[in-house]
Write a protein that binds this ligand. Sequence first.
Ligand code: SF4
Length: 212
Amino acid sequence: MTKKERMAGVIQILKNTVRSDCALEFNGDPFRLAVMARLSAQCTDARVNIVSHDLFKKYPNAHDMAEADITELENLIKPCGLYRTKAKSLKEMSVSLEEKHGGKIPSDMESLLALSGVGRKIANLIRGDLYGLGGVVADTHCIRICGRLGFYPETLKDAVKVEKILTPLIPKEEQTDLCHRLVWFGRDTCTARNPKCNGCPLAKFCKHNENI
Ligand code: SF4
């Protein structure tokens, strides 16, 4: 079986067993998604969802966040960790959105990557969820699970390399949903420690499972 065929099998099984919604509760608001994706670095999506509640009451859009008092912004996002760096980049991102994009979130990769704190992972999430343009979101779950499944060595942790390897294996129209499913699957079944391999629906495709 080729890697592409194996990936097709994985996609089909996850489609039948795992939800495909975004774990970040951004309520369809593009600005919220961009901010929440930035906050989620080294933080759980659940915590980001909680913190975002008060954050967006105070700063509901790019215009308001661009004018935020940096200390107030830091305090609001403190529970997410790395709060000084994140506050600085959120403010810078908001200023750029206001100055260059009329407060809206752009869709082209180049403009997204030019925003402070936005790398390929966030850019692909935005392009997929907001604009239906697909893109592999190589986050920690995707990297870990697809490594275990044997699409590349389990030791590979470089998000850009993972994205490059996975992109040709996954049809464009499946990329966004698959990456969301991998997040839920990574939380519930293929967890970082002690994955639940017994009874895992992907076991027959999994190299990690073959080796234990
Ligand atoms: S068999 Fe185990 S390692 Fe493989 S995908 Fe399932 S839970 Fe993850």
